[in-house]
Design a protein around this ligand. Sequence first.
Ligand code: NI
Length: 198
Amino acid sequence: MKKRQSSMLAILAVIVVVALAVGARMAVWSGADHAGGGSIGGPFTLVDHNGRTVTDQDFRGRWLLIYFGYTFCPDVCPTSLTLAASALDRLDPAQRKLVVPVFVTVDPVRDTPAVMKDYVGAFLPDMVGLTGSEEQVAAAMKSYKVYAAKAKSDDPASYTVDHSSILYLVGPDGRFVQHFPHGAGIEDVAAGLKKHLK
Ligand code: NI
């Protein structure tokens, strides 16, 4: 009797180990799916650079080229937004009209609508700056899996923010299509846009 019990336990242990292994594999697979685009993006409610509340629904029918950053960023954001502008410049005018360049702040406390308006206007006349309450911005960052962390600073008004640097392409139906990682060149982004906009 005892022997049978212990062999039952051994079988049970094997089942548990196999189940755990399968579970771990499945977790890896679903992680890979997310990285491929499955769950990036989605609904958002933010405030545009004119102080108007906007949602993802307001952009239906247009392609969005979205970048998350902050206006006080010393170099990464200006470089990335200049690159985005240059890539958009390579599109023919008919394609270009279909795309809205969007800059979402990760620093809504300092990036008020007025600050955003000055900033985006310096890059492209049709760039939309989006800010909002800290909760609204945090929700948008979460759905786009954006990383941002305030660096420690002695002066509370003067701080930098470490943040991920990725361009996201969202389709006219509001679905995330493709991302361009930090380091992608103007031609990479232009080619990606042309491929989808054709
Ligand atoms: Ni930046």
